[in-house]
Design a protein around this ligand. Structure first.
Ligand SMILES: Nc1nc2c(ncn2[C@@H]2O[C@H](COP(=O)(O)OP(=O)(O)OP(=O)(O)O)[C@@H](O)[C@H]2O)c(=O)[nH]1
Ligand SMILES: [Mg+2]
Length: 314
């Protein structure tokens, strides 16, 4: 069959544990279509309630009562069901794993899911939250351990601090709003990456580029910014993406930076100036990738998403 002008990169989103499944439930309810999402959890009630059709239950028996005992049991059970996870994600270029680090299930089962995705031939990209400070030091320590484990199996782990979501929204917001801000952030990140590989840009990054940027056990952070009207909207959106709560300011150590800009034709002339802001922050060894899409539906606004990836976690 010849090329028909439509490139469509296949991807699948998988939620692991409470946070990951909540996020996927939110995506499913918003999209109202079954895009082959998969929820994986040990919580039967939560799985029953999920609107996502493909559900995998982790059935585990812990040999002790401590969190560490439960984590070891979940990790073993998830590894034992790796073939089922692999079948559920087969045939995709990318598998996006969503999980909250710090609890038992997502923290312990996400590495096996990442391995299953890699074995199925996909680039596995994990998007995870790190616990709020108020959840305590012990939860933080489990989350850090989980992040290290996940980094050994996922191609890239993008991390968002729940504290940063709180700061971003301000203190008068309730927990549901904070939780939802995380879902929006992750979903925007996934859609932007898929938009990058599926929509040709004036400045273009290919599927192979994106696979290379995200492959090979990297730790990543993401920044987003948007600006409407006025002078230099691209630079304003870029500054917001660079200085926002989700992008660490130390970009000097980044191995690669992917900058995706989408906006109306007019403001894009100042891409050069806006990219200068990025180049001022990065190190000599940072590779820069640019994807710029002109989109007349954006009227006079510009949206910038920056993906920064760092070297090996392991
Ligand atoms: N932003 C956000 N963070 C969440 C949400 N739910 C949980 N978290 C975070 O994710 C961490 C893990 O929580 P869960 O995902 O519920 O835990 P789990 O993986 O289901 O693990 P167990 O229930 O202990 O087996 C928590 O410590 C929170 O920091 C959510 O809806 N949004
Ligand atoms: Mg749970």
């Amino acid at each position: 069959m010849g090329y028909n002008g439509i490139i469509s990169t296949k991807y699948r989103i998988v939620g692991v544990g409470g946070c990951g499944c909540n996020c996927l439930n939110w995506i499913q309810e918003r999209e109202q279509i079954d895009s082959g999402y998969v929820v994986i959890d040990s919580d039967t009630v939560a799985l029953d309630k999920s609107p996502v059709r493909r559900k995998l239950r982790i059935d585990y028996t812990a040999h002790g009562k401590s969190v560490a005992d439960k984590m070891a049991a979940v990790s073993l059970a998830a590894t034992e069901m790796k073939d089922r996870i692999r079948s559920s994600v087969a045939g995709n270029d990318f598998v996006f794993l969503l999980a909250g680090m710090g609890g038992v299930t997502g923290t312990s089962a996400a590495p096996a899911a990442a391995l299953a995705a890699s074995e199925a031939g996909a680039v596995s990209v994990a998007l995870v939250t790190m616990p709020f400070t108020f959840e305590g030091k012990k939860t933080r320590a489990f989350a850090e351990l989980g992040l290290d484990n996940l980094g050994q199996y996922a191609d890239t782990v993008f991390c968002v601090e729940n504290d940063a979501l709180l700061r971003y929204l301000g203190s008068d917001r309730n927990m549901n709003m904070v939780a939802e801000a995380g879902y929006v952030f992750f979903y925007e990140a996934i859609l932007t990456l898929m938009d990058t590989v599926n929509t040709r840009g004036e400045l273009n990054v290919s599927l192979i580029d994106v696979k290379n940027i995200l492959s090979g056990h990297r730790l990543g952070i993401i920044g987003m910014g948007e600006s409407t009207g006025g002078n230099f909207p691209t630079s304003k959106a870029m500054t917001e993406a660079l200085d926002g709560y989700f992008l660490k300011d130390n970009l000097e150590q980044a191995a690669s930076i992917l900058v995706v800009i989408r906006g109306a034709d007019g403001p894009l002339y100042e891409v050069n100036t806006a990219m200068g802001l990025v180049n001022d922050r990065i190190g000599d060894g940072t590779l820069v990738f640019n994807h710029v899409i002109s989109d007349s539906s954006f009227m006079n606004s510009v949206r910038v998403v920056i993906f920064a990836v760092y070297q090996c976690l392991a």
